[in-house]
Design a protein around this ligand. Sequence first.
Ligand code: GLA
Length: 432
Amino acid sequence: MSGTLPATGGATSDVLTAWSDAEGAARARDLFTATFGAPPAGVWAAPGRVNIVGEHTDYNGGLCLPIALPHRTFVALRPRADRTARFVSAQEPGVREVELDAVAPAGAPGAVEGWPAYAAGVAWALEREGLAPAGRVPGFDLAVDSCVPYGAGLSSSAALECAVAVALDDVAGLGLSADDAGRARLAAACVRAENDIAGAPTGGMDQAASLRARAGHALLLDCRDGAVEHVPLDLAAAGLALLVMDTRAPHRLVDGQYARRRQVCEDAAAVLGVPSLREVADASMAGETTWDEVLAGLDDPEQRMRVRHVISEIERVRFLVARLTHAPGAQLRGWALDKVAWALDASHTSLREDYEVSSPELDLAADTARRLGAHGARMTGGGFGGSAIALVDADRAGAVAAGVADAFAVAGYGPPAFLLASAAAPAGPVTA
Ligand code: GLA
């Protein structure tokens, strides 16, 4: 799973390369057969994601702009005649068994512990959402292996959910992955699995990216109505690369802090008398109000900071999409590139200062990348650890990675990991 990124001057840094479909499928299939004694019915895969801009906007009905990573989670699955689900992972010893009729919400007696909650939760949610024929999906045996780094803020949990969703879609004959409308329903089921069964109150961007993105495009997701647009993204044509810098720092307080951010935003929307902060973001974009007027309606300083981030971040998504649209492919240089850099940097500042979800490691990664010539750098994902991204000249990716690794060593942090992100394909069956 790892290789090296050559740096100018000969130094190298760890880089997490994506598995080919053949490699990922063989790993999942072999694990399945060794564990369950017979081959699977098939192998399916779903990507992790990296968000270019639009952070902590999804649960506010806002806009975000993720891409699907080439790094995927592979599941080998075979349906069973009963309602039992058995799970094995290359990342954890042992086989776990769950009765699908006994799956209970997080925190309730009988709640599924650990990673199988994400997978069993998808079966549960497909049934609760009324997507399964006669209200039931079959039991199944499942083996999983993944090259999406775990705990790196790159949506390894959504990749697992979405791989299970397309697998069950196929074996239960639901036909939902055939078009975007069906994929949106699968994504909604995956979000429900994560919220209700795994107990993580996340907002839906990750599952949409994994199921609805398109290779060679960023996904402009409108989280209010679920509409998507595919924005062409060909960084290589402009001689650019998107370097993902996984700080490998432990997530600190992430669960409680994420839920708290979401609650503060919902409280602020209630004070402002709007269904979501999207409405005030749109009103300010339309010139019907100003940021100052919006913020003047909030007495609580914490709410003012959080709202300022959310409405400015939604504007940054629109701004960046406009830049990418007006300067596609090789034209993303010069002034257009400077504007993209400005938006990425401003997003990081806003997340650090107004939303307070960055960390010293994320700040150091972004600052160092900028100092080494990145065209914008920012934390990505939920924050409190995880990864940052830097838009770099492709021939500088190794040098920037080496510089960030050096800066981490000097600061006494553990070594970061790196990967190169390109806009890859969404979840589906693996034919290799
Ligand atoms: C996590 C969540 C997403 C989103 C991001 C922040 O990745 O899973 O739903 O809220 O944080 O943008």
